[in-house]
Design a protein around this ligand. Structure first.
Ligand SMILES: [Zn+2]
Length: 1060
């Protein structure tokens, strides 16, 4: 895999040099590897000659020949006929002291096409007749360079036969099939050098300038490098077919998925399930494994290098010619004689000195052209790879496509009516079962819930498949078209029954691992769940080692144990995505935002926010230095991830007390007043409802008050406390489920959840496929927008939670910094969560690098480092809820950006003047109407239309967010005047500081451990830390229940309800 990826990188470089069609044809045709001991009688060449592609073949071949400085012209002399070409090749083999072709070979081979009219299989092949003396080549030789190389290739097979002919029959094979393909090619690498061509009279002079070298190497790359991804994917496709992972329905889709992914090639005209393009390649119908050619193309360079060394070659690898080196020949012969009597790594070791395949010599050979291509591509500002992977060339006029799809508008209307009539009931039943399970967790309720889920999945699949039969482009009516598109997308329901079951079981298993994971002290004596204990310690403790113990313990118990399941989850979710017509699950997730440039837009917005984040980061880092000292904090490095008051460092609000800018000015906290005034959950919900109605929005209906779960039941039932908002799909039943605690945070959360319910109610009369947010970020933003008003000191005073509003700079900065610890600290985290998954889903991150790449992103975006060493046994992404529970996360990034755009638009409408962070839209009907207009669209229009309705323009933008925080930005910049922004000492790690270990060992043990015992030392430290911490932990656990500020988790149940 890794090797293939490197080759791919070089292939990307080639994009500059060749147009896509030339690449395709070169790959398909010019590098057609031949077949040894081929018994099939398919007349490939003849069939091929009839095909239209041959026209291209000829022209590409012409241009290929023309573009080389070795012309076939020189061969066109009297003496260059087939026999002479074979003798030239034979002479190369014997010059190395290898075995010459025996007399029988010359007598019995078929070197040219017979002229007596016989039909023959022209496909070049080498034959071993197994009697130890009869070996032949069959080939319709033409006098040109390509065939001269092919002769060397075929003769390489014969040489191998000759060398191992005295082995017992079972060992008369190549060490592995790739070895057999490589031998002749290795020699051809010498033959094709300009130096050698001159030696054999095919070149008049050797130009030793850079231009000729580049021409030569690019020519080689078109053969060798262009081939590699193709050589890999042919069998990758078949492995998936044979394992059942690719079902017959997906044969053609998966073929093109791999062609695009590995080769960067797209079909010239539309392809469908009915096509079978894999079968248009000889080796597929001929039942011949193909990975041997990939192996051969890699190891032939390893051989080449080893033989060159043996021959005493100096200088660049691509100039080496081993001609006449008996040392090289003897080395090769020794390996060939073994046949398959020894395992191939042993044979490889003997020749090249290492037992494993390696792309290094190949990369060395192409090094000059790699550099040159890099330069060219940089100069031309080329984009490497194919980020617009879904682009295809325009369909030619009159090309028959979708001819069998339904275009009858009446049928479409009937179908949609049927879907809308039948869906509400199914959605209600599923929600009802899922609600019962969430508010009373029993095995019985779990079974009922799973049954209801499968019913819903069947329903979506049935209608989804029917919707796919309509030709959507045939309908003028945008609403019909859009509904059909949305119904066609069926997510995981697309999976075959057994896969669907497995998929749900895996998610359910990972969720369970997550929710029962515990960190223990004193062996297994004292164990704590994430909530409330571990969350509480992370928020409240200021003890470095204690935080480290909990941080690492949580990751050992959660992520680490689900790593294998996650690999399978990735496979299955990609499978489902492909069945929905997407190349991978990340692409499916991004499609919710129907924007072609979504990834680039997010990156651009992130860049706009980065200066503010870096200022916040530098300021907080300095304050942490005051608390933890320079052994733990480096003011030019990343911040250890466990010191920010939150298990994932996604919100830093819990360390507000450590970083508060003006400790003597008021810190706005309404919680004490709420407790003093004896607020309860119901009152908090009514306060939120009152805010919505003050804006002329729809009040929560009676059923909401009757059926919601606002507090944790006291009858001993186990419930899912995680806050969520529910749409039962019947246009009247809407609920919130939450274990409310009386504090300011939960008041904000209630507004957030009620925002979801308000959205549900606003679009309830839309057709079922449109009962959704304009995009997932919109749904998350509504309640938060209102909470921005509620959190202002002005509003808190208005609802009796603050006695007075201090209008001075100190309290203003205190307020804004608190908001920033929540809103700004969160953004890079929200971004990297899905960036990691996008890369996992499309293969840019392989399963062997899950954790390493996770920490690369944590470092790059958040400026965080791990407090303890991490390995690939760990799976730290899995220690965050949304990864095991299959919930996409970029919605929260989008929400955190657009909620400020909405806030500003509403404040303008409400007639607010003054700084944005002071705005409170309470009681503004105008602002409320603006929002209601947007929400009532549901997802019936592209989100850009909804955005325009509320803000007057169509883009996501960080402008309003930056305006809101402007006073803080100015203040932080001044505060950070002498700070280094960012983390230039990026490889600094707290656990690699020698003085840390030394100091603590001296402090605790009075002795020093040598560095080789560092690991043991860490263990000792852990035990010490453990003993010392027990007391502190016991104290921490007695603290009042901690703030649980993980707003982004709130929407899981809503997601399940929403995704219908
Ligand atoms: Zn939410």
């Amino acid at each position: 895999m890794a090797r293939a990826m490197r080759a791919c990188a070089l292939l990307s470089l080639l994009v500059f040099a060749t147009s896509a069609w030339a690449q395709k044809l070169l790959v398909d045709i010019l590098t057609e590897p031949c077949q040894p001991t081929e018994e099939g009688a398919l007349n490939f060449t003849e069939q091929f000659n009839k095909s239209a592609e041959n026209v291209f073949y000829q022209s590409v071949l012409a241009s290929w020949t023309y573009n080389t400085n070795i012309t076939d012209y020189n061969m066109d002399k009297e003496k260059w006929n087939a026999t002479h070409m074979f003798h030239v090749s034979d002479e190369f083999f014997t010059s190395l002291n290898l075995i010459p072709m025996p007399q029988e070979f010359w007598d019995k081979s078929m070197l040219t096409k017979p002229e007596n009219g016989r039909d023959v299989v022209c496909h070049a092949s080498a034959w071993d007749f197994y009697n130890r003396k009869d070996f032949r080549i069959k080939m319709c030789t033409e006098v040109n360079m390509v065939d001269l190389f092919t002769i060397h290739h075929e003769m390489g097979h014969i040489e191998y036969y000759l060398q191992y002919k005295d082995q017992p029959v079972p060992f008369r094979y190549g060490a592995n099939p790739g070895f057999h393909e490589a031998i002749g090619d290795v020699l051809a690498l010498s033959v094709s050098t300009p130096k050698h061509l001159k030696d054999i009279g095919l070149l008049e002079n050797v130009e030793d300038d850079k231009e000729s070298t580049m021409n030569y190497l690019l020519n080689m790359a078109l053969q060798k490098i262009a081939f590699l991804p193709f050589g890999y994917l042919i069998d990758l496709w078949r492995w998936r077919v044979f394992s059942g992972e690719t079902t017959p329905e997906q044969y053609n889709f998966d073929w093109w998925y791999l062609r695009t992914k590995y080769q960067g090639i797209c079909p010239g005209v539309p392809r469908t399930k009915k096509d079978f393009d894999a079968g248009a390649k000889y080796h597929i119908p001929a039942n011949t494994p193909y990975i041997r050619y990939f192996v051969s193309f890699v190891i032939q360079f390893q051989f080449h290098k080893a033989l060159c060394n043996a021959s005493g070659h100096t200088g660049p690898l691509h100039t080496c010619d081993i001609y006449k080196s008996t040392a090289a020949g003897n080395l090769l012969a020794k390996a060939l004689q073994k046949g398959s009597s020894r395992p191939w790594p042993e044979v490889l070791q003997e020749i090249v000195g290492t037992p494993s395949m390696s792309a290094k010599p190949l990369m060395e050979y192409f090094e000059p052209i790699t550099e040159w291509l890099k330069e060219q591509n940089q100069k031309n500002n080329e984009i490497l790879g194919w980020p617009e992977y879904s682009w295809t060339p325009p369909i030619p006029d009159g090309y028959p496509v979708d001819i069998d799809k339904i275009t009858d508008i009446k049928k479409a209307e009937e179908f949609l009516a049927e879907f809308n009539d039948t869906s509400e009931e199914i959605i209600y039943k599923y929600n009802d079962a899922y609600w019962k399970y969430n508010t009373n967790i029993t095995d019985y309720n779990d079974q009922l819930q799973q049954k209801a889920y499968l019913q819903w999945a069947n329903h979506s699949k049935e209608f989804g498949l029917r919707a796919q039969q309509f030709d959507k482009d045939a309908f003028q009516d945008e609403s019909i078209r859009r509904q059909l598109e949305k119904i066609s997308l069926i997510g995981s329901a697309a999976l075959p029954k057994t896969d669907l079951k497995e998929f749900n079981a895996i998610i359910s298993k990972m969720e369970t691992i997550y929710s029962v994971a515990k960190v223990c002290w004193n062996g297994d004596q004292d164990c704590s769940l994430l909530d409330p204990d571990l969350t509480g310690i992370m928020a409240m403790s200021r003890d470095y080692k204690e935080l480290e113990y909990v941080w690492e313990g949580w990751r050992n118990a959660s992520g680490r144990t689900m790593r294998q399941d996650y690999i399978r989850y990735v496979e299955l979710s990609n499978e489902a995505a492909r069945l929905n017509g997407f190349p991978d699950n990340g692409a499916l997730w991004r499609s919710y935002y129907d924007t072609k440039t979504f990834e680039a837009d997010i990156e651009r917005i992130y860049k706009e926010l980065q200066p503010l984040y870096r200022n916040l980061h530098a300021y907080v880092r300095r304050k942490l230095l005051d608390t933890y000292g320079q052994n733990h904090i480096n003011t030019k490095g990343a911040i250890p991830a466990h010191l920010l008051g939150n298990m994932w460092a996604q919100s830093w609000i819990n360390i507000y007390d450590l970083v508060v800018p003006y400790p003597s000015a008021p810190k706005i906290d309404a919680t004490p007043t709420m407790l003093k005034q004896k607020w309860n959950a119901t009152h908090m919900f009514h306060i939120a409802d009152e805010f919505f109605t003050s804006l002329n929005l729809i009040p929560m209906p009676q059923e909401f008050w009757d059926k919601s779960m606002m507090t944790k039941p006291e009858d001993g039932r186990a419930v899912v406390c995680h806050p969520s908002a529910w749409d039962f799909g019947n246009r009247k039943d809407f609920r919130i489920k939450m274990c409310t605690v009386v504090n300011m945070d939960d008041l904000v959360t209630i507004h957030h959840e009620m925002g979801h319910v308000e959205y549900f109610m606003q679009y309830k009369d839309q057709p079922v496929p449109f009962r959704d947010g304009a995009n997932p970020g919109f749904h998350e933003a509504i309640g938060d927008v209102l909470a921005l008003s509620v959190s202002t000191p002005k509003h808190l005073k208005e609802i009796g939670l603050l006695e007075k509003v201090d209008d001075n700079e100190a309290s203003e900065i205190n307020f804004l910094l608190k908001m920033a610890l929540d809103k700004i600290a969160f953004l890079p985290f929200a971004y990297l969560m899905d960036q990691w998954r996008w890369k996992v889903f499309d293969g840019r991150i392989s399963s062997t690098e899950y954790n390493k790449q996770w920490w690369n992103l944590r470092l790059k975006y958040q400026g965080l480092c791990s407090p303890t060493p991490r390995t690939e046994k760990d799976f730290d992404p899995g220690a965050k809820y949304h990864i095991p529970s299959d919930v996409s996360y970029i919605r929260y990034f989008v929400s955190f950006v657009i909620q400020f755009q909405f806030h500003k638009a509403m404040c303008d409408k409400a007639g607010h003047t003054g700084p944005l962070h002071k705005c409170d839209v309470y009681k503004s009907k105008a602002a409320g109407d603006l929002m209601a207009d947007m929400m009532s669209l549901g997802s019936s229009k592209p989100w850009q239309d909804a955005m325009e309705k509320i803000t007057g323009q169509r883009n996501m933008s960080a402008e309003s967010l930056l305006e809101y925080f402007q006073p803080l930005t100015t203040w932080l910049k001044k505060e950070n005047e002498n700070e280094v922004l960012g983390w230039p000492e990026y490889d600094w790690s707290p656990y690699l500081q020698p003085d840390v270990q030394e100091r603590e060992l001296v402090d605790f043990l009075g002795m020093k451990l040598p560095s080789s015992n560092a690991e043991a030392g860490q263990w000792i430290l852990l035990v010490i830390a453990l003993v010392l911490c027990v007391g502190l932990i016991a104290m921490a656990c007695k603290l009042p229940k901690q703030k649980k500020h993980d707003m982004p988790q709130n929407s899981l149940a809503m997601d399940k309800a929403m995704s219908i």
